[in-house]
Design a binder for this molecule. Structure first.
Ligand code: PAF
Length: 304
């Protein structure tokens, strides 16, 4: 199967590399020098099971591409650019595997084929151009972004499972996306602000903050008729923090590299949606303060 992966950062490179290794014909869309290295030397994929160099195609130009499936792993603030590129190409389905909320709506506004959403709990680090490490074998869960099942279920299952990933198609994607949002609100935000690894959230002051961010997210989800209890949200944060204890979250990686973060699509989104809940008192003080701090950090560096 031909698969284009938009976004050749840590996660995109890992998934693209694993799918190429699994027998698919993958094209990575990313930036130089990574793309140039993948083209000339291949992509070294380091997993707990061994190391292999694979040779996916790679390009810096995502326009006019043609494949069975497009996977989108770009940062949330780059979704509009990816959507414009996707609209110029030809695909049977597109699936967002991004952090944060609202990405699928951005894609659906531009393309006229099925749009899926997914959550990924694989851990990945791009150590240098052409070299990605899988720091934890997790799972990819995909489904129609606003619920139910859809015409591309089989295509996605075949692409991911046949490609050797631990993956499943589900019919309760809205709830899963809010649960993932709670995980990202708790883990990414607190690790980024405290400059700590995910495992540091398992106790102490950081644990309290991460739990509060998750509870606030769950409360907002329920305000929008998504059934996610505080306990479920907190448990998800703690389970993922434990499973990825040694990982540097993607938001902390952004901070360490002086890059813009995904704050707007994570705690910024929670704050915006809290404001829309009617007839309920939904306060989100941790998400609000974290959002303001991260935006202030970005503004001070001219990133927003
Ligand atoms: O963004 C991330 O870093 C990941 O989504 C997760 C699951 C929080 C693990 O670090």
């Amino acid at each position: 199967m031909r698969i284009v992966v938009y976004g050749a950062g840590s996660l995109g490179s890992l998934l693209g590399g694993l799918l190429q290794r699994g027998g698919h014909d993958v094209t990575l869309v990313g930036r130089d020098p990574h793309v140039a290295t993948v083209r000339s030397e291949g992509l070294r994929v380091e997993t707990p099971g061994g190391v292999e160099t694979v040779h996916p195609d790679a390009t810096t130009d995502g326009a006019d591409l043609d494949a069975d499936l497009a996977l989108v792993t770009v940062k949330a603030f780059d979704t509009e650019t990816a959507a414009r590129d996707l609209a110029t190409g030809s695909f049977d389905a597109v699936c967002s595997l991004q952090n944060g909320m609202g990405n699928e709506a951005t894609l659906a506004a531009r393309v006229d084929y099925p749009v899926y959403a997914g959550t990924v709990t694989y851990g990945a680090i791009l150590h240098e151009p052409g070299r990605v490490e899988c720091t934890g074998v997790g799972e990819v869960v995909v489904g129609v972004h606003d619920g139910g099942t859809g015409p591309a279920d089989y295509l996605l299952e075949r692409a991911l499972v046949d490609g050797g990933l631990v993956a499943a198609v589900v019919d309760d994607m809205p709830r899963r996306l809010w649960e993932k949002l709670a995980v990202n609100a708790g883990i990414n935000t607190v690790t980024a602000l405290t400059r700590s690894e995910n495992g540091a959230l398992l106790d102490g002051v950081a644990n309290g903050l991460a739990r509060d961010a998750a509870r606030e997210t769950a409360r907002v989800a329920r305000g929008h008729d998504v059934s996610l209890s505080n306990r479920e949200a907190v448990e998800s944060v703690e389970d993922v923090a434990e499973a990825t204890a040694a990982n540097t979250s993607s938001m902390l990686q952004d901070i360490q590299s002086g890059r813009r973060t995904e704050v707007d699509a994570i705690t910024g989104y929670v704050v915006d949606r809290a404001g829309e809940v009617r007839d309920a008192d939904v306060d989100v003080p941790v998400c609000e303060t974290a959002t303001r701090l991260l935006r202030a950090w970005e503004a001070a560096r001219g990133l927003r």
